[in-house]
Design a protein around this ligand. Sequence first.
Ligand SMILES: [Zn+2]
Length: 262
Amino acid sequence: MPRAATTYPAAQPAFELARLTGTVELRLAEAVAAARARPAKVTGVLATLLHRLDGQAAAPETLRSLASGTREWLLQRAAARFRPAQDWLAADCQTCGARYDLALDIAALPMKPAGTGFPTVAVETSLGRRSFEAPNGTHETAVARRGLTGEAARRYLAALCGLDADSSAAAERFDVEDLDRIDAALEALSPEAVSTLASRCPNCETETRAWLDPLDYAFPRLEPLLREVHRIAATYHWSEAEILALPTARRRRYLALIGSRP
Ligand SMILES: [Zn+2]
C-alpha cells in the first residue's frame, strides 16, 4: 500500500513567536551551541522561538515534518527578531578570499514558493510512475546521520521520500536519469528560502556569493547573557531564575539603569 505523505502540507504556515525572556534566550544559546547536526539545531531553535504554528502548539515533531525550505524560512524569520533591518555582516570572497562587508535585511529575504501539488509530486521513471513527498526535517536528519553525499545521498533520499509501497526497493534500481528527474521534480516542488547573497568583491571585483547561516550569527550567545544576569544579580541581589524570567526588554532597562547609576 502506498503511504501517506508526512511532510507538513503548508509551505509558509502562519506562525507566532514566543515572548522573549532571558529563559528563552538561554535555551536558544544552548540549542545553537549543542554538539548536534544542523537539522537538530534548527529544530531546537524553532521549538524554542515558535509559540504557535497555524494556531497549534509548535511541537518538535511538527517542526521536523516541515519542508526543508519552510524550516529555513522560519529560521530566518526567527533570526530577524535579533538583528536590525539594516544589518552588516562580513563574508569572504570566493575568488580572492578577501573579507568584505555586506548589507542584509534577513526579514526581507525572498522565498521560492512551493510547486503545484505540494507536498507530493508524481515522477515518470524507468520503473513507471512513482510518487514522492517534498523532503522535510526528518529526511534531512536521516541523510545527515548517514553522512551520505552525491549519488548515495540522492538514492537514499528517493527511498525516504518515496510514497509507493516498493519505494525502498525502487530506489535501489533507479538509474542516474531517474535520480536526475526525481531531483528536478523535488526541487520544483519544494519551497526554498533564499540564503545566499550575491555581491561584487571590492578587492578583486568579481561576482561572489555568500551563504550566511543564521545559526552562526543571529541568535543570543551564552556569555553575554550570563554577564547581564551577573550585573543585575550583583546590583539587586535577585536570583538567576528571577532575572531570566524578566522580559528581555525589561532586563535591558535595568541594565541601562545600572549603567547610568551616579
Ligand atoms: Zn575578491
